[in-house]
Design a protein around this ligand. Structure first.
Ligand SMILES: [Zn+2]
Length: 237
């Protein structure tokens, strides 16, 4: 069946166009690494990306988000999961600020080592989710959680960041307008929020100004969660 489908719809690499694979080894090698992302908007927020937003990584992210290549969730999620040991090392060396739980001491919400890591996808506008036939970062987060499970690490996906309906598409907005747009329209879902003090990793596709990363972190921390870091596939340079 796969071969028949390949004949009808030839498979090609989303990064370089090579035939016979959806994501070739050479392009996969460009989505490896971990770099700290420094932006004015992200002071106090540890933000990391696998690579620079360009070349095969950029083409793959666009193909995945906007051209219906949903299968790319798999390599994107795998690449993010592969970066987590290095991320853990970085955070051990330079820990993020501790979020005090709302309850105060004694804190029922402080995370224990046996607690799961919560993966929170950066939000998409509802209209974009509809257009893409689903929330693209939730799919990637599920792949990350699956890879972590294989490594014996318990992780859960919690898509609890919401953009209210009136949020604008951030494309074309300057940094200040983006920040205002997000500050006014980003909120936590009414249900499904991890327990207070739970360790959270925010997952996003691309970091540009860092406004989204900062706003997500602010909202989650305000909700009593312990945001370890924001990890994106790529960051603009
Ligand atoms: Zn390729």
């Amino acid at each position: 069946m796969r071969m028949l489908l390949d004949l009808l719809i030839p498979l090609f690499c989303a990064g370089c166009g090579a035939l016979g694979t959806s994501w070739c080894a050479r392009c996969a090698a460009t989505l490896v690494g971990l770099r700290a992302v420094e932006r004015t908007a992200t002071k106090g927020v540890p933000v990391f990306a696998l690579t620079a937003y360009g070349g095969p990584a950029r083409r793959a992210i666009i193909a995945y988000k906007e051209r219906g290549r949903r299968g790319l969730a798999e390599p994107l999620g795998q690449a993010m999961a592969a970066a987590l040991p290095a991320l853990a090392e970085r955070l051990r060396a330079d820990p993020p600020p501790v979020t005090r739980s709302r309850a105060g001491p004694p804190t029922p919400g402080v995370a224990r080592p046996s607690d799961p890591l919560w993966l929170v996808p950066a939000p998409s506008r509802r209209v974009a989710v509809r257009r893409r036939g689903g929330h693209h970062m939730v799919r990637v987060a599920e792949v990350v959680a699956g890879r972590l499970a294989l490594a014996g690490v318990s992780a859960r996906v919690a898509p609890v960041l919401r953009l209210r309906g009136r949020a604008q598409d951030s494309v074309g907005l300057n940094v200040h307008a983006r920040q205002r747009n997000l500050a006014e329209n980003l909120c936590l879902a009414a249900a499904g929020v991890p327990p207070a003090g739970a360790p959270v990793l925010v997952l996003d596709d691309v970091v540009t100004t860092g406004s989204t990363a900062a706003a997500c972190t602010r909202v989650l921390r305000r909700g009593g969660l312990s945001v370890l870091a924001v990890l994106a596939c790529a960051a603009t340079v």
